[in-house]
Every structure is written in C-alpha cells, then in structure tokens.
Unconditional design. Structure first.
Ligand SMILES: Nc1ncnc2c1ncn2[C@@H]1O[C@H](COP(=O)(O)OP(=O)(O)OP(=O)(O)O)[C@@H](O)[C@H]1O
Length: 615
C-alpha cells in the first residue's frame, strides 16, 4: 500500500515549471538539506561564488533604480532649464552622460552576475545529479535481491529519472529564485520606505492581499493536482496492464473491455486535468489583477504627490521599478516553494534508496575455491523470506562432483528458493551450504558465483551483437571460442542463417528470435564460461517439441562432467538423475534416485504414476 502510494505520487509528478503542481512533501526538510549540502561537499567553493554573485546581483539590482531616480531628476531639471532659456536640450558627458553610463554599468553588472550565478548553478545541479546517479547505480549492485524483489521496478527507476529531473530544475531555477527574491523584496521595500512611507504601506497592503489570494488558490490547486496525479497513474497502470497482458487480452477477446476501461480512465484524467490546469492558469492572472489594482492605487496617490510637488519624477519612476521588482517574485512564490518541496521530497526518496540495507559484507578473510570440483552440500539449512514466516526448516543433502541433481515439486514448493540460497542471492538463516567442503558464507560472493553457471527460463539478452551476448561472461573470448560454444549449444546453425551472422545486433532485431533460440544463446553463454557447477531451469511450454529436443541436447552437452542442479518440470527428463529432491512447502520431502523413490512408493511415486498414467 505504502509502495503503491509512493509510485502514484511519482508517476504523476509533473514538473512545476511545465505548469504542473506537485503534491509531494518532504518529511524531514532540514535534515535532507543538510545531507544535500554534505553530498555536494566538493562544490562548496562553487556555491560560495554563487552566493557572492547573488549578493552582487541583488545589490546592483537594488541600487540601480535608486541611482536612476537621481539621473531622471537631473535630466528633468536640465530639460526644464533648457526650455526656460529657449535652448535645445543636450546630454553631455558632464551633464547627465556620465551618470547614464554608470547606470548602464549597473544594469549590465546585474545582468552579468545573474548570468554567472545561473551558469554556476546549472553546473552545480548537474554535478550533484551525476554524483547521486553514480552512487545510486553503485548501490543497486550492492542491494540484496530481497530489496529489488520487494520494490517495484518503476519506482526504483524513477529515482534515476523523475527525481533527478525535479532536483535539477529546483536547483537551477528554484533556489536562485528563492534566495534572490527574498533579498530583492527586502531590499526593495527598504528603499521604497526611504522614498515614500504611505506609498510603501499601500504596496504592502495589496501585496498581503495577493498573498492571501495565492494561498486560497494554491489549496484548491493542490487538491486538484493530487486528483489529476491519481487519474494519471490509473491510466498509466491500465495501459501498462493492457500492454503486458496483450496476448491474454486477445486470447480472451477482451480488447473492447480493456479499451473501454482505458477510455473511461482517460476521460477521468481529461476532466481532472481540465480542472487542475484551469486553476493553475487562473492563479497568475488573478494575483496579477490584485497587484495591478494596487499599482493603480499607488499611481493615483503618487500622481497627486507629484503634482503637489512632494514627489519628483525620478522617485516616481524609481518607486515603480521597485514595485515591479518585488511583485514578480511574489507572484511566483508559491510555485517556487512548491518546487523546492517536491525537489526535497525527491531527494528524500533518493537517500532512502541509498540508505537501504546492503548485502551482508563479504568476510574479511575469505576462503577461496578456484574452479571447484563440484561437491555441493546443504547441512541443516533453514531460511525464510521474512523472519516471521520460516519457509525451509531443515534441509540437508549432498551432491558429489559431476552428479545431476533434479529438483521437483509443485509451484511454490521452494525450488527457486533453493537456488537463491545456493547462489547466495539470499543468505541462509541457519545451517551451512558447502562447496568442496568450504562454507559458502566464508567465500566472497564473486568467488562463489564464478564457480556457477545459470540457464534460466527468463532469458536475458542485451542490446549488442550475438557474439557479444554469448561472450557476456567471458568478454575476452576469441571468435573461435565463441563459435565453438555456439556449436556445443547447437546455436551455430541458426546464427549462420542470420543476415550478419554473429555480428547481428540483438535488440532492434531480437524480436525475430524465438524463445527457444534465445534460450540456446544463453546456454552458449554458459558453455563459453565453462563453470564447474550448473543451475538449469528446464524449459516448460513456451517452446515447440523440436526446439525442446534441441535445448535438451544442448543442456546434456553442457552438463557433461559438471555438477548440475536441474529444476525439472517434466519427470521424464530426470529419470537418469543421480539425486532427485522432492520439495513441498519449502522442505525436502523425499530424496534419492528415480528407482529408489519409485520403490519407496511415496510422493514421488504418486506424482510419477499420475504423470504417466495416461501415456
Ligand atoms: N522474494 C520473495 N519474497 C517472499 N516470498 C517469496 C519470494 N519468492 C518466493 N517466495 C515464496 O516462497 C515460496 C517458495 O517459492 P519458490 O519461488 O521457491 O517456489 P518454486 O518451487 O520455485 O515455484 P515455481 O515452480 O512456481 O517457480 C512461495 O510460497 C513463494 O510465495
């Protein structure tokens, strides 16, 4: 449920600056900020330059209007004097020119510092993202499978994409906006007070009013944005479901029902988006309207003071420069604050991933087993995925080098779990697993897994050539070695029929590989690596009989001379096994050879007889 909520929030998390409103709120904003500060420790100098640049920018931005007031008054006086004398008005270097030049420098300086701080912050944000992305990708490899198994892929991936984007945007734009706005507003208001108290009070009253309006609007906006996020994640979920279940949907002729559901969800999304976007678009004009009304009031008052000689033209225009300078950031305040909140919430999610408990560290003085003979033993092993639900209570068996061990049992019996423990994807709770007499817990995981080769039903091929895919476990393999492995795996023939043979790129062109061909390729991969112990998950129903025979032969060739663990789905293929483990509810019910188990007349015999009763 918790996870569902999390992904929903993430799925719909539009960026603020695209006009979206994010509802995510950080749980511990100050602690997260402190941690971000720590993560960016190699960039503190850059931040110091940014701070200096912000100070210079705001100082210039506050000084420029004040300075301009004097210039305008000076020019105004000169114009009037020239008119009084009937002369043409000219600006010379001594009379106004120098001041205009200085004003130009002030404006240019403030532009320059603004550009500098933006440039530095873009670099800062990207460097920070780079660091976090690197830490996350390293972390992913240190996380135990239990973490990855219990977290949705989409949610984990969104830390690399959505969360990073939000943080980057907030840092490039949000932080600067926030800091410069606060300083600019405070500075401008101080200057405004120096010019005219009544006009400043008038401005503050209308500013307060526009803030109240913003607050009212943002409450409704947040609610509507949240509804839109829910609707969006529902549509995403349904489309994903329709895509992944496309074969079943077609087989049951449920296309119309599925399309209907998506249609309904998209209609809801359209309505929710309409409402949310209307609110989003309505905020700015409304706040601006309030601001304009305020400015009108100030203008009328200022005009009256101007006419009565209590205000100069220069101060009049300078005052309005300050009004504009402060009104704009105030209008955007709620967006900026929201963006900062959502970025901090993203940072929290990223740190939560980085803080997740890791695999138990490898032993400090590990024992090594280089190229095992293949003696594998389980001694009183117990295990549960969760501490409160033990699955395996006391498992013991031994396989001698070169033996074929078949694992059978109904679905959920614990066959995969046994392999998970053997490979140390999960750690045992009690007992020992030994490889050539060495406790696997005393070895490093890398050393242990170097001794194993796995062929799973879920084949995994990556974007790359067939040759690269076969050489995945031994990148330095020569072309001859790759071809020899392909021959053993009975894959050479069909690879040669492909347009570019071993250089055919999978990925774009991988769709034209059948499930069986994909599996043969993964067998070739293991053949090339030549491990002493094998784990094979027998193909079930997704391949045709001829391919199944091919795979069977390839597996036979692979198993020769190696200890092999075969998760068997058809009892016919395991009659020659040296040891059959019959599993049920996580435990081994019976073990022995096919003959011995049949003779014992227990669960295996019953299963065997039921499978072959009709044949
Ligand atoms: N990652 C996991 N977290 C919690 N429970 C799990 C996990 N993986 C498996 N289980 C549970 O452990 C039990 C054994 O599952 P396992 O996958 O080992 O069975 P299996 O014999 O391989 O089944 P199948 O033939 O369907 O693959 C099941 O009850 C299953 O629900």
């Amino acid at each position: 449920m918790e996870e569902q909520k999390k992904t929903q929030g993430e799925a719909g998390g539009d960026s603020l600056f695209d006009g979206g409103f994010d509802t995510a709120v950080p749980e511990r904003p100050w602690a997260t900020l402190k941690r971000l500060w720590h993560t960016a420790q190699d960039q503190h100098l850059r931040l110091l330059v940014v701070v200096l640049s912000v100070v210079c920018y705001t100082a210039l931005a506050i000084a420029a209007p004040y300075y301009s007031a004097g210039i305008v008054d000076l020019l105004w006086e000169n114009i009037q004097r020239a008119q009084g004398l009937g002369e043409a008005f000219v600006v010379t270097w001594r009379q106004g020119g120098r001041e205009i030049f200085v004003l130009l420098l002030l404006y240019l300086g403030s532009w320059g510092f603004y550009t500098l701080q933006s440039y530095l912050m873009v670099g800062f944000a990207e460097q920070l993202n780079l660091r976090l992305r690197r830490e996350m990708s390293e972390k992913l490899h240190r996380l135990p499978l239990s973490y990855l198994d219990s977290h949705q892929t989409g949610a984990t991936l969104s830390h690399f994409t959505n969360d990073m984007d939000k943080m980057s945007e907030a840092m490039q734009y949000g932080i600067l906006r926030l800091v410069t706005s606060v300083v600019l507003i405070v500075g401008s208001v101080v200057m405004m007070f120096r010019f005219n108290v009544v006009m400043t009070l008038l401005f503050l009253v209308f500013t307060l009013l526009s803030m109240v309006v913003t607050k009212l609007f943002s409450g409704v906006t947040l609610r509507r944005a949240s509804r839109r996020q829910q609707a969006l994640s529902q549509v995403t979920g349904l489309v994903e479901e329709a895509y992944s279940g496309r074969v079943v949907i077609k087989a049951f002729c449920r296309e119309q029902a599925s399309a209907g559901e998506i249609h309904r969800a998209t209609e809801e999304l359209a309505q929710a988006t309409e409402k949310a976007d209307f609110m989003m678009n309505a905020i700015n004009p409304t706040v601006r309207l309030v601001n304009r009304l305020g400015q009108m009031g100030i203008a009328v008052f200022a005009g009256w003071q101007l006419l009565s000689g209590q205000l100069t033209v220069g101060v009049f225009q300078a005052f309005f420069q300050y009004v504009n300078q402060s009104a704009e950031p105030l209008t955007e305040a709620s967006y900026v604050i929201n963006s900062m909140q959502s970025a901090l919430a993203s940072a929290e999610r990223v740190y939560r991933l980085l803080d997740a408990p890791e695999e138990r560290p490898n032993p400090a003085l590990p024992q090594r087993v280089d190229r095992a003979r293949g003696q594998v033993e389980f001694r009183h092993v117990s295990f549960g995925y969760t501490p409160d639900r033990p699955l395996m209570k006391d498992i013991s068996f031994a396989a001698r080098p070169g033996q074929k061990v078949a694992i059978v049992g109904a679905t959920g019996a614990g066959k995969t779990t046994l392999i998970n423990l053997l490979m140390r994807f999960y750690e045992v709770d009690g007992g020992q697993i030994l490889l050539d007499g060495v406790d696997t817990a005393a070895m490093t995981r890398e050393n242990l897994r170097d001794n194993f080769g796995m062929v799973l039903q879920d084949t995994w091929l990556f974007d790359g050539t067939i040759a690269e895919n076969i050489a995945y476990g031994k990148p330095e393999a020569t072309r001859e070695e790759i071809i020899a492995a392909a021959r053993t795996a009975r894959v050479d023939f069909f690879v040669r029929t492909m347009p570019k043979g071993y250089d055919t790129v999978l990925g774009g062109e991988a769709e034209n590989l059948s499930v069986g061909q994909r599996q043969l390729l993964t067998i070739a991969r293991v053949v090339l690596r030549d491990p002493p112990v094998l784990i094979l998950d027998e193909a079930t129903s997704s391949v045709d009989t001829r391919t199944e025979i091919e795979i069977g032969k390839a597996m036979q060739a692979l198993m020769r001379g190696r200890t092999s663990f075969v998760i068997a789905h058809r009892l016919s293929t395991i009659v020659d096994a040296d040891l059959i483990l019959v599993m049920d509810q996580g435990n081994i019910m019976e073990q022995g050879t096919h003959r011995a188990l049949l003779a014992a007349g227990g669960a295996y015999a019953a299963l065997y007889n039921s499978q072959f009763a009709g044949s």
